[in-house]
Each structure stands twice: as C-alpha cells, then as structure tokens.
Write a protein that binds this ligand. Sequence first.
Ligand SMILES: [Zn+2]
Length: 117
Amino acid sequence: MLIEKKGDTKRIGFYGRAPLAKTQEGLLLLTKSWSGQGPFLTRLRRAESVEKRHLYRGIESCPVCGHAQTISEFIVDGWEWSGLLFHLVEEHNANVPEEFREAIRRICKRARTQRPL
Ligand SMILES: [Zn+2]
C-alpha cells in the first residue's frame, strides 16, 4: 500500500474514485491474512474513534469490489488516512506498511494514557 506525501502529511488508503488499473499496484493485496492483521484492525478502529478528527467526504466505492461506503478522512499525527482503509485490510488483506502500523500503535498508546481515570 502506497504512502503518498502531501507537504508534511503522509497519506494512505485513498483510492476512492481512481480506476482500479491505476491503483492496484499500490494496494498490495494478499491472498491470506497477514501476521498482526487482527490486532491492527482493532487498533485502527480505536484510533479512529478516540481521535475524532475526521472530515466527512461522502460516499465512495472500494476499488477492488465496488462496495460503497461512507468515507471519512482521519488526520492525526501527520498522517491522513481514508475510512476505506479498514475495509481494504479487513476484506482484501491489503498490506499496510510497518511505518503506518507503528503510527497507529502510538496513537492508541497515547489515547490510553490520556484517558481520565
Ligand atoms: Zn472491497
């Protein structure tokens, strides 16, 4: 899965309206689930729910299966990711660069320590 740079921000998981032919190279779909995929999805959901810094972007279709869903964008810690990312990982085993997995781990860790007792 490609990481695009936009200024100081790194973007990942944006494929919304682009034709599949243009995006499949960057998707890195795997035939099987990858090691750590389940825990990653759990953390991704948590990061998306605790940060609440998202912009609603409308309805977009998955470039792989055409599944349409409401898409939000999440912008946290210099990372910007699409709400479609969860679907791509869960349904299509899209591989995610370690750099992004690490960022999600950091966000969850911080959320845990900041939560009031
Ligand atoms: Zn899909």
